[in-house]
Design a protein around this ligand. Sequence first.
Ligand code: ATP
Ligand code: MG
Length: 441
Amino acid sequence: MRLSRFFLPVTKDVPSDAAIVSHQLMLRTGMIRQNGAGIYSWLPLGFKVLKKIEQIVREEMDRAGAIELLMPTLQQADLWRESGRYEAYGAEMLRITDRHDRDMLYGPTNEEMITDIFRQYVKSYKALPLNLYHQQWKFRDEVRPRFGVMRGREFLMKDAYSFDVSEEAARISYQKMFAAYLNTFDRLGVTAIPMQADPGPIGGDLSHEFLILADSGESAVFCDKAVLDVPPPGADFDFEDEAALKAEMEKRTRFYAATDEKHDEAAYAAVPEDSRIEARGIEVGHIFYFGTKYSEPMKADVQTPEGKLATIHGGSYGIGVSRLVGAIIEASHDENGIVWPASVAPFDAGIISMKPDAADVAAVADEAYAKLTAASKDPLYDETSDRAGAKFNRMDLIGLPWQITVGPRGVKEGKVELKHRASGEKSDVTLDEAIARITGA
Ligand code: ATP
Ligand code: MG
């Protein structure tokens, strides 16, 4: 993309209510535009990041055997009356009436709707296990929308729902999501620690929140730092291997990790003092086994091998896709701006042409653009006539993993300057060397 043709409304002015760095940086880089309290437009730069996160989440859900579909944002109140949640949900639910006076709502979550789909079609244990997911906008009329996209009212969530014939089988579905989440966050370039969470009415140990450590986090967290050293299951992980699934969970849950809501001083006292982390965290995912909470009132049951009817056991698994954009920035920035993990960067590299009107400089910069594009990379090419300082600052601010600077002196020596954004390391290299470094060839 040529910067002169792109829509990148970088600004210095950020409103004083942008209290945390990710919110400030998202506004300064023109990633988002606030349209109302907790409601945002995703401008091109922000939208590219959101789509990259969504795609990684999708690939990892698919790898774990979940199947994607898409449910609408608007729902009929009647479904929620069946589960008993229409009244219970309270003021966070945005309620709407259509022209025929039917009660509707903008979905804050989809347990009822997916259970309705399930009961329409699935009648036999043979179709199980089944895990269906979508990535769809949700609306929750939060009392205090704040921190930009981190606590919005309209936000993008990945929500998956598992269906199993028994609690035992549901545990395996749960473990698959646990492992898939570790791989997902790893690919997103962040460390999210699974922490024991409130299991709700059913009790048990099958509820975990995944938190990224960051000073701006809304939860206080207490954990044994040894949990950070456990590697993710990885791309070769076999999601059908039940022993391996169980082991992945045990490898982590044997270390203490809890948010303030579940914190247990006595258990924490057993963690070696030099291994304790007391910090703040951002919740980016939550996985939850809820048993027959929805299937019972909504009569979602299947035939067992013995020919009896069994109420299915369910779980739900959320990831805050739009919240992650802010959370990743919280975890990865410096005094000059964002430092994107390569996997979610809006562009793979920036090309700065120092003198776009000099034919020799323009030729090398054009060549850099053509070669990166030919190597299936997505570069942002700054061929504007802005001042050099402004160009460097802007490129650092938007935080692409690599920068190639083409200037008149270097061109005469057959060199460009390659900068690695995260380390700040600069080197004068030939264009082909620079391309090889960026493409990892
Ligand atoms: P929180 O405790 O932060 O309010 P929650 O427990 O209500 O979240 P869940 O119902 O578990 O959230 O939703 C799944 C995920 O959706 C959360 O882990 C979080 O990442 C994301 N999420 C929830 N509420 C919001 C919001 N208002 N804005 C952005 N993301 C959100
Ligand atoms: Mg939660």
